[in-house]
Design a protein around this ligand. Sequence first.
Ligand SMILES: C[S@@+](CC[C@H](N)C(=O)[O-])C[C@H]1O[C@@H](n2cnc3c(N)ncnc32)[C@H](O)[C@@H]1O
Length: 341
Amino acid sequence: MRYIGGKNLLLENINNVINDEIPNVSSVIDLFAGSGVVSNNFKSIGYRTISNDFLYFSYVISRASIKLNKKPSFKNLGISDPIKYLNDLTIADTEYSISDCFIYNNYSPVGDCNRMYFQPENAMKIDIIRLTIEKWYKNNLITEDEYFYLLASLINAVPFVANITGVYAAYLKFWDERTYKKLELTAPAIISNGKRNECYNTDYTNLLSKKCDLLYADPPYNSREYLPNYHILETIARYDYPEIHGVTGMRNYDNQKSVFCKKNTVASAFETMIRDCQSKYILISYNNEALLSTEELSEICRKYAVDDSFKLFEYDYIRYKNKIPNNTDGLKEQLYLLRRR
Ligand SMILES: C[S@@+](CC[C@H](N)C(=O)[O-])C[C@H]1O[C@@H](n2cnc3c(N)ncnc32)[C@H](O)[C@@H]1O
């Protein structure tokens, strides 16, 4: 999934720093997992991987791809290919009525709603698939692993039919070509690393006591909160019929505002993380135009680093689309490494 601040293009640098600078890594915690791309990279290398994010849809994605080491069997369900079954489902095959369909009623232009996030057919498909997965789980027809495997396949499919330019903070005023495609679930790729990987959906402070060889931290860089940009994925994942408001149909997110997104809390947020974490090494992704300056973050790192173990690595920012290094604006991706006292 394309994700704000996603580290797809920095994975090689992250791996090189770990290989070159940190001896004997076997377990890693990814405290701000987002799209899960870094956790997946750690898992595929063979590290025991713990991933976390305070957004629920992010947790759903990681709960399938990180925690599971094999595709679930769905042996209780009595349906040989549940992904295909869900793809073929129509509302007529279910007991649901239009009023149950939250996405259809609120994010597609039907009735009084004029929000153009999804074509009505795809919006309704999202609803009946989501409702069916929930019903199977409540009726003990699928296990928790199977539940998250199917939910992750739904979350992963949504961006391919959404009428947006990348985030859900606004919808396009015309129908993009991709919205005419039928929503189609695909089976999440599950690899095994043979380890007991873990996933959490909590504030980062609740996991600082976890002991790992390495804590990888990729918190937000600026004041742009994540939830408003992904509010519809959060609602599909939770399916909690929230109160929504405004042009975009935003859910309330008072509990999901980040201390890393505020100038007056970001320094203490980093200090809490570095001071209280129980992992031996800390590797932080940040950039040189973020809320906290390079000097300020370096200062905090030095304060808690063993001897001269603090190192800063900088890389020219790589544009997502054309992968051409963007040297003109001086933006640098950074990796801060330290061994904790
Ligand atoms: C820069 S993104 C991480 C991107 C991720 N590394 C990737 O490659 O996709 C930062 C993430 O931190 C999460 N976040 C922000 N504040 C948090 C907090 N206090 N506790 C847990 N997660 C938080 C956001 O939801 C967001 O997904």
